[in-house]
Design a binder for this molecule. Structure first.
Ligand SMILES: NC(=O)c1ccc[n+]([C@@H]2O[C@H](COP(=O)([O-])OP(=O)(O)OC[C@H]3O[C@@H](n4cnc5c(N)ncnc54)[C@H](OP(=O)(O)O)[C@@H]3O)[C@@H](O)[C@H]2O)c1
Length: 405
């Protein structure tokens, strides 16, 4: 592993690249808060991006939100642009870890990974694009290993709760866990909510390019993972789930891909039994299905053409029925977001794990905590809570328990 100590030539433990983005701003606040809660002055960090003016504004905003005026002078700014390799190299030479929040990653991600590998910086991102994550594994795994550099993708809502949730559930399971399905539901507070259009853009280009993902996967030459126990059933594209008492669709994000890669690694490196995984997301009732079908048909059609993609990108609110917006959710809206991920296991029924109020280092517009249930923590609260994962034995009349039998 590369040296984690800072030095005069590598002065920052963490550089947040893309700090001016919607997600980047939350990462800045979270790092600032984490640093201030640790032993004073032990973690050195800086922000980076292509616009010094915007980065100054982000620091100003974080100083105001957190009530830490010292941030205005303490946080250094590094100007770096994905289109300018020398600027990326200069940034990576100064960092032990680059937190890369610049997306869509299919366009901007690889130069950053390359610069990190060449210049000995670890790289963590919040990518939710399987094609990017898998192509980086294919093309940079051995180079990164030779250099002692870690490239860690998908450290956001996609896919920490799913990946760690599967491992946590497996570890709590008395016996051999062979399969697990998760059902995600989301709820907003009285203010409503939306998601920032950075994720919308990644979805547009991801779908437009989905054929390439299939050919990329062939290049790995992986054998199918062995199935232990009975094979998990592939459900239909839309069905009513008794588990979450609403209609659900297969989850389109990176979770299945990330979980499968982890399970393959654990099998190949540690001879652990792989867990089969199916991911579903709740879409609500019939009215939402009608909207979703309408939006889905338009989306599938428009992503095929460049003029269609331009339209989708220009008018995210219109084409997603307000689900995505250029401004993203307001801070007030974010505070009320709550996501639930129910895991259903074969045989024993439903298993639910909770952990409220713990955020991973990289937060995003989805604001994540590492568990199967998570809620956004108001920025003003101190982050002294520890992760407390606990099982909940469903009550006898729990509808989830009933549906599992
Ligand atoms: N895994 C998850 O759960 C999760 C959650 C949220 C977001 N994401 C992903 O994270 C990415 C960012 O999302 P977001 O909503 O924060 O997007 P955003 O608000 O559009 O931010 C994009 C950032 O990238 C920077 N950027 C763009 N082109 C650049 C270039 N050539 N050189 C340097 N910086 C450049 C932008 O800088 P300027 O400010 O100068 O334009 C901005 O800081 C997306 O790919 C999204 O899918 C993942």
């Amino acid at each position: 592993m590369a040296n984690v100590d800072i030095s005069s030539s590598r002065p920052y433990h963490i550089v947040i690249f893309g700090a001016s983005g919607f997600t980047g701003q939350f990462v800045v606040e979270e790092v600032a808060r984490t640093v201030s809660e640790g032993p004073n002055g032990t973690l050195k960090w800086a922000v980076a991006g292509r616009s010094r003016q915007k980065l100054d504004k982000v620091i100003e905003q974080a100083a105001g939100t957190l009530g830490k005026p010292e941030l205005r002078t303490a946080v250094e700014v590094i100007v770096a642009d994905v289109g300018e390799p020398d600027s990326l190299a200069a940034m990576c030479k100064q960092a032990v870890i680059v937190l890369n929040c610049v997306g869509p990653y299919r366009f901007w991600g690889e130069p950053v990974v390359k610069a990190c590998v060449e210049n000995g910086a670890h790289c963590i991102d919040i990518c939710g694009e399987p094609q990017f994550l898998e192509s980086i594994q294919l093309n940079y795994d051995s180079q990164a290993a030779d250099k002692g550099v870690y490239i860690v993708g998908a450290c956001g809502f996609d896919s920490i709760p799913a990946d760690m949730g599967v491992l946590y559930t497996r570890d709590q399971f008395k016996g051999t866990l062979t399969a697990l399905e998760s059902f995600l539901t989301a709820s907003t507070g009285p203010e409503g909510g939306s998601l920032n259009d950075g994720t919308w853009k990644s979805a547009i280009y991801g779908l437009a390019d989905s054929g390439k993902l299939r050919s990329l996967r062939k290049k790995f030459g992986h054998k199918p993972l062995p199935v232990v126990g009975s094979k998990i059933k592939r459900r239909s594209a839309l069905f009513y789930s008794n588990e979450v008492q609403q209609y659900v669709v297969p989850f389109m994000g990176t979770d299945p891909s990330v979980v499968k890669r982890t399970q393959r690694f654990l099998l190949e490196e540690h001879q652990e039994t792989p867990v089969q995984y199916g991911a579903y997301a709740g879409v609500g009732g019939v009215a939402n299905i009608v909207k979703m079908l309408f939006a889905g048909i338009m989306f599938w059609f428009l992503v095929k053409f460049s003029f269609g993609r331009d339209l989708l990108i220009k008018y995210p609110e219109f084409f997603s029925f307000g689900f995505f917006s250029k401004d993203g959710p307001t801070r007030k809206q974010v505070l009320f977001y709550e996501y639930l991920l129910f895991a259903k296991l074969p045989v024993i029924g439903v298993f639910e794990c909770h952990s409220d109020g713990w955020l991973v280092l990289l937060v995003s517009d989805w604001c994540v905590s590492v568990s199967l249930r998570w809620r956004v923590r108001p920025s003003s609260l101190p982050s002294t809570e520890k992760v407390t994962l606990r099982d909940r034995t469903p009550a006898r009349d729990d509808p989830m328990l009933r549906s599992a039998h």
